[in-house]
Design a protein around this ligand. Structure first.
Ligand code: MN
Length: 278
Protein backbone atom coordinates (compact mmCIF):
# COMPACT_ATOMS: atom_id res chain seq x y z
CA UNK A 1 0.00 0.00 0.00
CA UNK A 2 1.23 3.46 -0.77
CA UNK A 3 1.27 6.06 1.95
CA UNK A 4 -0.98 8.38 0.00
CA UNK A 5 -4.29 9.11 1.64
CA UNK A 6 -7.18 9.09 -0.81
CA UNK A 7 -9.42 12.10 -0.39
CA UNK A 8 -13.09 11.28 0.17
CA UNK A 9 -15.25 11.62 -2.91
CA UNK A 10 -18.10 14.12 -2.73
CA UNK A 11 -20.77 14.17 -5.45
CA UNK A 12 -22.28 17.56 -6.20
CA UNK A 13 -25.51 17.91 -8.10
CA UNK A 14 -28.37 20.40 -8.35
CA UNK A 15 -31.47 21.32 -10.31
CA UNK A 16 -30.16 24.64 -11.63
CA UNK A 17 -27.69 23.14 -14.13
CA UNK A 18 -23.98 22.27 -14.00
CA UNK A 19 -23.07 25.89 -14.88
CA UNK A 20 -24.88 27.45 -11.91
CA UNK A 21 -22.66 29.64 -9.68
CA UNK A 22 -24.19 27.87 -6.68
CA UNK A 23 -22.68 24.49 -7.61
CA UNK A 24 -19.43 25.91 -9.01
CA UNK A 25 -18.64 27.95 -5.90
CA UNK A 26 -19.47 24.98 -3.71
CA UNK A 27 -17.23 22.68 -5.76
CA UNK A 28 -14.33 25.12 -5.42
CA UNK A 29 -14.71 25.03 -1.66
CA UNK A 30 -15.16 21.25 -1.37
CA UNK A 31 -12.05 20.65 -3.52
CA UNK A 32 -9.88 22.03 -0.70
CA UNK A 33 -10.36 18.83 1.29
CA UNK A 34 -12.20 16.32 -0.89
CA UNK A 35 -12.45 15.01 -4.43
CA UNK A 36 -15.44 16.92 -5.79
CA UNK A 37 -17.33 15.58 -8.80
CA UNK A 38 -20.18 17.44 -10.46
CA UNK A 39 -22.89 15.42 -12.21
CA UNK A 40 -25.75 17.82 -12.83
CA UNK A 41 -28.49 18.57 -15.35
CA UNK A 42 -27.49 20.28 -18.61
CA UNK A 43 -30.21 22.90 -18.04
CA UNK A 44 -32.41 24.15 -15.24
CA UNK A 45 -34.66 21.39 -13.95
CA UNK A 46 -36.23 23.08 -10.92
CA UNK A 47 -39.48 21.66 -9.48
CA UNK A 48 -38.83 18.26 -11.08
CA UNK A 49 -38.98 16.47 -7.76
CA UNK A 50 -37.80 12.82 -7.93
CA UNK A 51 -38.87 12.22 -11.52
CA UNK A 52 -36.80 9.77 -13.57
CA UNK A 53 -36.40 9.70 -17.34
CA UNK A 54 -37.56 6.27 -18.49
CA UNK A 55 -38.95 6.70 -22.01
CA UNK A 56 -35.90 8.06 -23.78
CA UNK A 57 -32.14 7.52 -23.51
CA UNK A 58 -29.98 9.80 -21.40
CA UNK A 59 -26.94 11.55 -22.85
CA UNK A 60 -23.94 12.58 -20.77
CA UNK A 61 -21.50 15.29 -21.77
CA UNK A 62 -18.10 15.60 -20.15
CA UNK A 63 -17.64 19.33 -19.62
CA UNK A 64 -14.15 19.04 -18.09
CA UNK A 65 -12.47 16.55 -15.74
CA UNK A 66 -14.90 15.59 -12.95
CA UNK A 67 -17.72 17.72 -14.36
CA UNK A 68 -20.55 16.02 -16.27
CA UNK A 69 -23.80 17.36 -17.71
CA UNK A 70 -26.78 15.04 -18.11
CA UNK A 71 -29.86 15.78 -20.24
CA UNK A 72 -32.09 14.45 -17.49
CA UNK A 73 -33.46 15.21 -14.05
CA UNK A 74 -31.55 15.66 -10.80
CA UNK A 75 -32.58 12.14 -9.70
CA UNK A 76 -31.30 10.77 -13.07
CA UNK A 77 -27.97 12.50 -12.37
CA UNK A 78 -27.55 10.79 -8.99
CA UNK A 79 -28.32 7.37 -10.48
CA UNK A 80 -25.92 7.83 -13.39
CA UNK A 81 -23.20 9.21 -11.13
CA UNK A 82 -23.35 6.34 -8.65
CA UNK A 83 -23.85 3.54 -11.16
CA UNK A 84 -21.68 4.68 -14.10
CA UNK A 85 -19.74 7.91 -13.89
CA UNK A 86 -17.95 8.04 -10.53
CA UNK A 87 -14.78 6.00 -10.01
CA UNK A 88 -16.00 4.89 -6.57
CA UNK A 89 -18.91 5.43 -4.21
CA UNK A 90 -19.22 8.96 -2.87
CA UNK A 91 -18.97 9.45 0.88
CA UNK A 92 -21.34 12.41 0.63
CA UNK A 93 -23.82 13.93 -1.82
CA UNK A 94 -24.49 17.66 -1.74
CA UNK A 95 -27.31 19.06 -3.85
CA UNK A 96 -27.12 22.80 -4.47
CA UNK A 97 -26.44 25.42 -3.64
CA UNK A 98 -29.87 26.20 -5.04
CA UNK A 99 -30.74 29.71 -6.18
CA UNK A 100 -33.70 30.15 -3.86
CA UNK A 101 -35.00 28.59 -0.64
CA UNK A 102 -36.56 25.18 -0.30
CA UNK A 103 -38.59 25.68 2.83
CA UNK A 104 -41.68 24.08 4.28
CA UNK A 105 -43.76 21.09 3.35
CA UNK A 106 -44.58 22.11 -0.22
CA UNK A 107 -41.13 23.21 -1.41
CA UNK A 108 -39.48 20.00 -0.30
CA UNK A 109 -42.04 17.97 -2.24
CA UNK A 110 -41.59 19.85 -5.52
CA UNK A 111 -37.90 20.65 -5.32
CA UNK A 112 -35.42 18.96 -7.63
CA UNK A 113 -32.64 20.09 -5.30
CA UNK A 114 -34.12 18.28 -2.31
CA UNK A 115 -35.12 15.30 -4.46
CA UNK A 116 -31.54 14.75 -5.64
CA UNK A 117 -30.46 14.51 -2.00
CA UNK A 118 -33.35 12.16 -1.20
CA UNK A 119 -32.26 10.02 -4.16
CA UNK A 120 -28.83 9.86 -2.55
CA UNK A 121 -30.44 8.74 0.71
CA UNK A 122 -32.38 6.04 -1.15
CA UNK A 123 -29.01 4.79 -2.42
CA UNK A 124 -27.65 4.87 1.15
CA UNK A 125 -25.20 7.74 0.80
CA UNK A 126 -25.18 10.60 3.34
CA UNK A 127 -26.94 13.41 1.50
CA UNK A 128 -27.84 17.04 2.09
CA UNK A 129 -29.70 19.63 0.04
CA UNK A 130 -28.54 23.24 0.33
CA UNK A 131 -30.61 26.23 -0.76
CA UNK A 132 -29.88 29.93 -0.59
CA UNK A 133 -32.18 32.82 0.13
CA UNK A 134 -31.40 35.97 -1.87
CA UNK A 135 -31.08 39.38 -0.21
CA UNK A 136 -33.65 42.10 -0.83
CA UNK A 137 -31.85 43.05 -4.06
CA UNK A 138 -32.02 39.46 -5.32
CA UNK A 139 -28.30 38.76 -4.80
CA UNK A 140 -26.78 35.59 -3.35
CA UNK A 141 -23.74 35.52 -1.07
CA UNK A 142 -22.19 32.39 -2.57
CA UNK A 143 -18.81 32.81 -0.86
CA UNK A 144 -20.00 32.86 2.72
CA UNK A 145 -22.57 30.14 2.07
CA UNK A 146 -19.94 27.89 0.42
CA UNK A 147 -17.64 28.37 3.40
CA UNK A 148 -20.39 27.28 5.77
CA UNK A 149 -21.37 24.28 3.59
CA UNK A 150 -17.69 23.32 3.40
CA UNK A 151 -17.59 23.05 7.19
CA UNK A 152 -20.90 21.13 7.13
CA UNK A 153 -19.40 18.71 4.60
CA UNK A 154 -16.39 18.09 6.85
CA UNK A 155 -18.74 17.16 9.72
CA UNK A 156 -20.80 14.86 7.50
CA UNK A 157 -17.66 13.19 6.12
CA UNK A 158 -16.56 12.38 9.65
CA UNK A 159 -19.97 11.16 10.79
CA UNK A 160 -22.34 9.36 8.39
CA UNK A 161 -26.01 10.30 8.69
CA UNK A 162 -28.35 7.56 9.93
CA UNK A 163 -29.92 5.50 7.17
CA UNK A 164 -33.02 7.15 5.71
CA UNK A 165 -32.20 10.69 6.81
CA UNK A 166 -31.65 13.57 4.37
CA UNK A 167 -30.62 17.01 5.59
CA UNK A 168 -32.43 20.00 4.16
CA UNK A 169 -30.36 23.14 4.71
CA UNK A 170 -31.43 26.70 3.95
CA UNK A 171 -29.11 29.68 4.22
CA UNK A 172 -30.41 33.25 4.51
CA UNK A 173 -28.45 36.28 3.33
CA UNK A 174 -26.05 37.76 5.87
CA UNK A 175 -25.67 38.74 8.59
CA UNK A 176 -26.52 35.22 9.77
CA UNK A 177 -27.45 34.96 13.47
CA UNK A 178 -26.78 31.24 13.91
CA UNK A 179 -28.13 27.81 13.11
CA UNK A 180 -31.48 26.32 14.09
CA UNK A 181 -32.48 22.70 13.77
CA UNK A 182 -35.99 23.36 12.49
CA UNK A 183 -39.13 21.47 11.54
CA UNK A 184 -40.90 22.09 8.25
CA UNK A 185 -43.31 25.01 8.25
CA UNK A 186 -45.67 25.91 5.45
CA UNK A 187 -45.51 28.17 2.46
CA UNK A 188 -48.95 28.55 0.96
CA UNK A 189 -48.74 29.01 -2.77
CA UNK A 190 -51.62 30.29 -4.79
CA UNK A 191 -50.15 30.61 -8.25
CA UNK A 192 -52.05 32.43 -10.93
CA UNK A 193 -52.59 30.30 -14.03
CA UNK A 194 -52.01 32.66 -16.92
CA UNK A 195 -53.81 31.82 -20.15
CA UNK A 196 -52.68 33.38 -23.44
CA UNK A 197 -53.16 32.73 -27.14
CA UNK A 198 -50.33 31.59 -29.39
CA UNK A 199 -49.87 33.02 -32.92
CA UNK A 200 -52.20 30.31 -34.28
CA UNK A 201 -55.02 31.21 -31.91
CA UNK A 202 -54.55 28.23 -29.56
CA UNK A 203 -54.54 28.75 -25.81
CA UNK A 204 -51.42 28.03 -23.80
CA UNK A 205 -50.95 28.29 -20.04
CA UNK A 206 -48.27 29.39 -17.60
CA UNK A 207 -48.19 28.46 -13.93
CA UNK A 208 -47.30 31.89 -12.56
CA UNK A 209 -45.36 32.84 -9.44
CA UNK A 210 -47.12 31.77 -6.26
CA UNK A 211 -46.23 34.66 -3.91
CA UNK A 212 -46.20 32.17 -1.04
CA UNK A 213 -47.33 33.12 2.45
CA UNK A 214 -45.07 31.60 5.09
CA UNK A 215 -46.79 30.21 8.15
CA UNK A 216 -45.54 28.29 11.13
CA UNK A 217 -44.36 28.83 14.69
CA UNK A 218 -40.89 29.75 15.92
CA UNK A 219 -39.60 26.21 15.52
CA UNK A 220 -40.29 26.13 11.79
CA UNK A 221 -37.80 26.58 8.96
CA UNK A 222 -39.90 29.25 7.25
CA UNK A 223 -39.82 31.47 10.35
CA UNK A 224 -36.21 30.83 11.37
CA UNK A 225 -34.78 31.72 7.95
CA UNK A 226 -36.71 35.00 7.91
CA UNK A 227 -35.24 35.75 11.36
CA UNK A 228 -31.73 35.31 9.92
CA UNK A 229 -30.91 31.74 10.96
CA UNK A 230 -29.51 28.94 8.85
CA UNK A 231 -31.98 26.07 9.14
CA UNK A 232 -31.20 22.38 9.14
CA UNK A 233 -34.15 20.00 8.88
CA UNK A 234 -33.72 16.22 9.04
CA UNK A 235 -36.14 14.63 6.56
CA UNK A 236 -37.06 10.94 6.78
CA UNK A 237 -37.61 8.90 3.64
CA UNK A 238 -40.33 6.93 5.46
CA UNK A 239 -43.44 9.04 4.94
CA UNK A 240 -45.69 6.60 6.84
CA UNK A 241 -47.83 8.34 9.45
CA UNK A 242 -47.66 5.68 12.14
CA UNK A 243 -50.06 7.52 14.42
CA UNK A 244 -52.74 7.43 11.72
CA UNK A 245 -52.60 3.71 11.02
CA UNK A 246 -55.56 3.08 13.32
CA UNK A 247 -57.68 5.87 11.85
CA UNK A 248 -61.38 4.81 11.77
CA UNK A 249 -61.71 5.61 8.06
CA UNK A 250 -58.90 3.17 7.34
CA UNK A 251 -60.74 0.48 9.31
CA UNK A 252 -63.75 1.18 7.09
CA UNK A 253 -61.57 0.83 3.99
CA UNK A 254 -60.35 -2.50 5.25
CA UNK A 255 -63.94 -3.62 5.88
CA UNK A 256 -64.83 -2.59 2.31
CA UNK A 257 -62.75 -5.42 0.90
CA UNK A 258 -64.91 -8.37 -0.04
CA UNK A 259 -63.26 -11.70 -0.85
CA UNK A 260 -65.51 -12.24 -3.89
CA UNK A 261 -63.84 -9.27 -5.69
CA UNK A 262 -61.22 -11.73 -6.83
CA UNK A 263 -63.41 -14.71 -7.57
CA UNK A 264 -63.74 -13.84 -11.28
CA UNK A 265 -61.00 -13.98 -13.93
CA UNK A 266 -60.23 -10.24 -13.71
CA UNK A 267 -56.71 -10.54 -12.35
CA UNK A 268 -55.15 -12.54 -15.16
CA UNK A 269 -57.00 -10.49 -17.78
CA UNK A 270 -55.48 -7.27 -16.43
CA UNK A 271 -52.03 -8.75 -16.41
CA UNK A 272 -52.32 -9.85 -20.05
CA UNK A 273 -53.47 -6.41 -21.16
CA UNK A 274 -50.57 -4.72 -19.38
CA UNK A 275 -47.98 -7.05 -20.85
CA UNK A 276 -49.23 -6.52 -24.41
CA UNK A 277 -49.26 -2.72 -24.07
CA UNK A 278 -45.52 -2.62 -23.34
MN1 MN B 1 -33.40 25.32 -8.57
Amino acid sequence: MSGRVTKPLVLLTNDDGHFSPGILMLAARIRRFAEAWIVAPDRERSANSLSLTLRRPLRVQKIRPRVYAVDGTPADCVYLALKKLLPRRPRLILSGMNLGCNLGQQDISYSGTVAAAIQGTFLDVSSAAVSLMPDSAGRFDFNTAARFVGETAKVLLRKKLPSGITLNINIPPGPVKGIKIAKLGQKRYNPEIIAKKDPRGEFYYWIGPGNPQASGDDGTDVRAVLQGFITVTPLHKDLTDYGMMRLPVLEKLRAAFLPNFYSSGDVSDTRRRRASSK
